[in-house]
Structures are given as C-alpha cells and as structure tokens.
Design a protein. Structure first.
Length: 116
C-alpha cells in the first residue's frame, strides 16, 4: 500500500510538472501526461497491466513495463544526442561569425592595406 501511494505521488508530480512546463513539441507533453495518467491507473489496477501485456503478446505486465521503459530510455538518449549536436552546430556557426567580425589583420595584410 505504501509503495502504491509513493508511486501515485510520483506520477502526480510528473503530471503536474508536465502540465505547467513548456514543451517545444506538444506531442511530447501529451505523451508524458498520458504516461503519468496510465501509471496512476496501473498502480491501482495491476491486473489490467497483465491483461494489456497478454494482448500485445508479452507474458507479464512487469515485462511489458521493462520493454516500454527500455524503448522510452532509448528515445530519450537519441533525442538528447540530436539536441546536443544541434547545439554544437549552432555554437560553431556563432563562433565562426564572431571570429570573422573581430578579425584583425597586421599592417599591410588583408583588405585594409594600401597596395597599388
């Protein structure tokens, strides 16, 4: 019973944070909220998780949770890698532009010299 209450509290916290936080992708916000709501439901109705597992061809509800968590973790890591690469690309572009803007040439070299 205590574990069920703690799990419900955690899912409610996730639901609250998802409701008030801004997401760049609305589908992600909806997915997180649905996941939290389903979590609350399945905490209090574990037999339903077993029925769902049997429907999709998995032996137990706990196994289904493990598989789903693995997929979610994989997608989260891939998303983080993509965001990090985009950030790196943007940073590289900004540094290049800044270097070009602030470039200083020695006397007589580059576009500012008085060559005939």
């Amino acid at each position: 019973m205590i574990v069920s209450l703690v799990a419900t509290g955690l899912f409610l916290f996730v639901l609250f944070v998802a409701a008030v936080r801004k997401f760049t992708f609305l589908g992600l916000k909806i997915s997180v909220m649905l996941f939290a709501a389903a979590g609350i439901y399945f905490v209090w109705n574990p037999d339903q998780m077993n029925r769902l597992a049997h429907l999709v061809g998995v032996g137990r509800g706990a196994d289904l949770i493990t598989y789903a968590t693995t997929v979610i973790l994989f997608l989260t890591v891939v998303g983080a890698i993509i965001r990090e690469r985009r950030s790196g690309d943007v940073l590289t572009l900004l540094v290049r532009r800044l270097a070009i803007q602030q470039a200083r040439f020695p006397e007589g070299v580059g576009g500012g010299g008085a060559h005939g």
